[in-house]
Design a binder for this molecule. Structure first.
Ligand code: ZN
Length: 129
């Protein structure tokens, strides 16, 4: 991830920033921004602002990244709509990385399994690295 993106995420979303995200591919930073923005939407404009979930990112040894979330707010404070929004947000983010080029962010990437680690690359980039 470039330093401009690092600075953006650290200032906008310190509650979810983790240094390991500095290794996160440039092509996926828009997905990450949309993910954090969607998580932030769990706050309504009128209620007390809080962090509803913690987020943990894992990069497997063979390549793919995945986000896991854990609730930080008591169950009674969640509406059914909040829960559905959260599940959808995680699905969109984790699924999006399977189709988005790691380098340029074009949404027509597909897995290149060899050589390891696996990478999601568009047609233009899959032979360049
Ligand atoms: Zn590409």
């Amino acid at each position: 991830m470039n330093q401009e993106s690092v600075a953006f995420f650290r200032s906008e979303y310190p509650q979810w920033w983790h240094p390991k995200l500095e290794e996160f591919p440039d092509g996926w930073t828009d997905l990450l921004a949309e993910f954090f923005h969607a998580l932030d939407r769990l706050n309504s404009p009128v209620s007390q602002q809080r962090v509803w979930v913690s987020v943990y990112f894992e990069q497997s040894e063979i390549g793919p990244w995945k986000a896991y979330i854990a609730p930080e707010v008591r169950m009674k404070d969640w509406t059914d709509g909040d829960v559905l929004h959260l599940i959808r947000t995680v699905e969109v983010f984790n699924g999006g990385m399977s189709h988005t080029c790691e380098i340029c962010g074009v949404f027509n990437g597909w897995p290149r399994l060899q050589p390891k680690p696996e990478r999601i690359l568009c047609e233009e980039h899959r032979h360049a690295y």
